[in-house]
Structure formats: structure tokens, C-alpha cells
Design a protein around this ligand. Structure first.
Ligand SMILES: [Zn+2]
Ligand SMILES: [Zn+2]
Ligand SMILES: [Zn+2]
Length: 262
């Protein structure tokens, strides 16, 4: 299947509380390097005139304004933790402009959580004011097509919970995870670009560390790897420079072009 060229824009590279973290005066939270200011984790995938968003963070409105997103064609959800979901209501301006529903893709468990968090969106009774207009698609591990780009859910363990990362063409985005099962590693060969959770150096029960994600990169050998979901323990310049050559710390606003394939 031919793959369109795509651009991946990092809308947020931070952990759940963001960086700077409220009330913190550490070196990274007070850094003047703009790459140390990290909104909650999300990427935008642009190809063939389409914009597909992974996760609607609590910062989504700010992220959409900052990246000048003019239209939104689909949203794909990794899981329902607040840092990946709570900006969903802010897709409404896209509904107004586009005058149609936006398809959303999520596992059964994530879709059920979205419906619990935002019951008014799915209330079929006549609404008095505008609510997001969404077209839900429940996905599993079967490949699915989003406006001409093939997507593959990649199950990962996030603590004891199984959630989804995604492969799309020659790129993959694996945010929150503490372990990648072997069957999922098999889905991640021959990648140009791989995003991985790398929260910090210290172990965490539900997140990958820098050391663990470096090991994942060494096993999978993508051409380029970007670490995301980063907390205030990592300074972009100081800690990014310690990484092996093919790995970089992602930062908000980073744009990555991925070539198409015939
Ligand atoms: Zn998260
Ligand atoms: Zn701090
Ligand atoms: Zn999470």
C-alpha cells in the first residue's frame, strides 16, 4: 500500500502535570529554554491535506492555537487518562467551521471512559447549546484506515493497564507505557520515526525511563527516535546531549517530516 508523505508536529512533550509544574522552582521549571516548556503529550499528523490528532490534552486549545491548526479531520485516542483526554470539548470550533462530525477512534475501554467523562456529548436528546459532534469508531488490534493512512494499534502495558500506541506508516507513537510486549515489538520493525515515553531517569511504575527507552530503540533500530512525556527531571539541552545519536528529546513545536513510500 502506498503511503503519503506526512508531517508530525509535537503539540506537547510533557508529562501529565506539564513543565513547568505548578509551584515548582527547579532549574528546568524556571529554564529560559523554550524547549523546557512542555504542554501535555500529543502529536498532530498531517498528510494529503488531512490533520489527525493523537489525544486531546487539557492543553488542546492552546496547542491548536499555537500550531495554527485550521481544520481537524480525526482524533485517535491512546487511553483515557486526564492528560490525554480532557481537552475534547475544545474540538467544537472545528465542528463549527467544518459543519460535520469528527471521527474519533478508541478502544472499547477508552471509548466507554470518554462517554462517562463527557456524557452530554453523546446525549441524543435535543441539546440547548453546542456540544462536540463526534463519530465514534471502536478499534481493536486490527489495522484501520484513517483518511487514507493505515493505522495499527500497538498494545502496551501502562502499569497494569493495557493501552494503545499507534503505528501509522513508517512512524509510531508510543506514549505512556512501562513495558512493550514482544508481540507488539513485532509491529515496530522498519520504522523511520519512533516516539517513546521517557518520563525521567528514576524508575516509575507506569512509565518508561530514559534507560528503558534507549534499550527499546537499540532493539528496534528505527532511523530516528524521539522521547516524550518528559517530566521536569530532564533539561532539554543538558540531558538531550547525553542521548545516543539517533535519539532526541522531543519538544513542543518540533516538526518531523516522514517521506512517503510507493
Ligand atoms: Zn500520560
Ligand atoms: Zn520543576
Ligand atoms: Zn496515562
Amino acid at each position: 500500500m502506498p503511503l503519503p508523505p506526512m508531517r508530525i508536529t509535537v503539540l506537547g512533550s510533557g508529562t501529565s502535570v506539564g513543565v513547568p509544574t505548578i509551584g515548582c522552582h527547579c532549574e528546568v521549571c524556571t529554564s529560559t529554554d523554550p524547549r523546557d516548556q512542555r504542554l501535555r503529550p500529543s502529536v498532530l499528523i498531517s498528510y494529503a491535506g488531512c490533520n489527525v490528532l493523537i489525544d486531546t490534552t487539557p492543553d488542546f486549545r492552546t496547542q491548536a492555537l499555537r500550531a495554527r491548526i485550521e481544520h481537524l479531520d480525526a482524533v485517535v485516542f491512546t487511553h483515557s487518562h486526564a492528560d490525554h483526554l480532557m481537552g475534547l470539548d475544545d474540538v467544537r470550533p472545528f465542528n463549527f467551521r467544518q459543519r460535520n462530525g469528527i471521527p474519533i477512534y478508541a478502544s472499547q475501554a477508552t471509548m466507554a471512559a470518554i462517554q462517562r467523562c463527557f456524557p452530554y456529548i453523546f446525549d441524543t436528546a435535543k441539546q440547548e447549546s453546542n456540544v462536540p459532534k463526534l463519530i465514534p469508531h471502536v478499534i481493536d488490534t486490527a489495522p484501520f484506515d484513517v483518511l487514507g493512512l493505515p493505522f495499527q494499534a500497538v498494545p502496551v502495558l501502562h502499569g497494569s493497564q493495557t493501552i494503545f500506541g499507534f503505528r501509522f506508516g513508517a512512524a509510531a507513537y508510543l506514549t505512556d507505557h512501562s513495558r512493550i510486549p514482544d508481540e507488539s515489538m513485532e509491529l515496530l520493525h522498519d520504522l523511520d520515526v519512533l516516539f517513546l515515553d521517557a518520563l525521567r531517569y528514576k524508575p516509575h511504575p507506569t512509565h518508561s525511563t530514559v534507560e528503558q527507552s534507549v534499550a527499546t530503540v537499540e532493539r528496534l533500530e528505527p532511523r530516528r527516535a524521539f522521547f516524550t512525556h518528559i517530566c521536569h527531571d530532564l533539561a532539554h539541552e543538558r540531558d538531550g546531549s547525553l542521548l545516543p545519536p539517533r535519539i532526541q528529546l522531543a519538544y513542543d513545536g518540533l516538526e518531523i517530516d516522514v517521506e512517503g513510500r510507493e
